[in-house]
Ligand binder design. Sequence first.
Ligand code: ZN
Length: 465
Amino acid sequence: MKSISRRAWVLHLMAVAFLCGVGFLLYTFFTNADSWSMKKANRHIYSSSSLTAAGSITDESGEILAKTVDGKREYNESKAVRTATMHIVGDPQGYIASGVQSSYKDVLTGYNIVDGIYDLKKYGTGSDIQLTINAELCKTAYQAMGSNKGTVGVYNYKTGELLCVVSKPSYDISNKPVQSINNDKTGEYDGVYLNRFFSGVYTPGSTFKVITSACAIDNIPDIEDRSFKCGGEYKIDGSSVKCLSNHHTIGFEKALNKSCNSAFAQIAVELGTQKLTQTAQTLGFGKSLKVGNINTAKSSFDVSKATKLDLGWAGIGQYTTRVNPCHMLTIVGAVANGGTSPSPYFIKTITSPTGKVTFNAKTEMLEPMFTQSTAAKLNELLRSDVENGYGDYKFSGLEMCGKTGTAEVSSEDGGLRPHAWFVGYSQREDLPLAIVVVAENGGSASSVAIPIANKTMQKAAKLFS
Ligand SMILES: [Zn+2]
């Protein structure tokens, strides 16, 4: 009797051990199957560590950006298009993590957890992906950037479709300059595998005044009737925040039009750390945006240890604040769209090898950023910036709203020129597009970032309105 119960006990133990083993196997299968079958050693998908057998990638108009022909990956015929769309399409080796060829390689190769690479074995390919990106617009934006590094992004602020995402430096995906990239002594290819639009963060400079303005509209009831003193600087704590000009006495709207640092440093100090932090949090600072399979770099705003002087600098977009360009685009998009931005996306459809549409993008909204009335007020201010500040002639026929930023980076980075920013959007009903431009160390925003924004938006107007 005793030995029987001992045997039963042993059997029990074995059964438990078996179930644990099965559980572990299933767990590791579900967590690792993806990487096992996608391993570069798997010659169904890769040859010489390069993606080969995979579905096509087309732009929003149906233009081929990447496809597989006779086991070889081919790209757009135009070198300019291949270079301008390289970051969004992604390289075949997968160095650019946010590129479609990396972040959607399971879709392109037809991998799924149940069938493995069944589609690939049966049909010789996976699914095709159509993007919301327009290749011609990317080409124009890339060329407009000239010799500047940085990024340009354009999206529809009603739907969230990204029409243009370019990042510089780039290279021709069909003729990768391996030697030049590996022995890059001049910095020409600095951060070439980074898609700056999704993964970059920059000091925002005066573009941050849009955010300080939002906080002021919500928290200082008479802000529009207030006036501020500028003697070419704002003195505080025995030091000062410098302004680019002496604006003497200036009202709120004019202060934004002229981008007066003295006024905005005073406003930030009056608002204080708590209110500014609250506004930044509501706008999504400290959080990634999920754009398809990609998580953007987080914008950061931390004034928890700031002195009054630091707070003054933070109010004009200096101090330790960093902003991701895609995030900044959604902030002005929310202003344009009554307080809430659609979630940006770049995958329009996914079609299986049998021709079935398995994914069709739809518009989803992010959390509200501004109340409707604050958005309406900011909209007036940003329109006034272009009308009364930069001049409508710089954006002929576009009815643009926006804000420039010339973000100082010299003190910490040893005498570099500032980053040149422009963020804004067209008010035209037939052109509901917002744009962000960052030219790294590009110098003056009005002479560098505005022309890039204008050329890109003029092309968008030709293509889409
Ligand atoms: Zn001033």
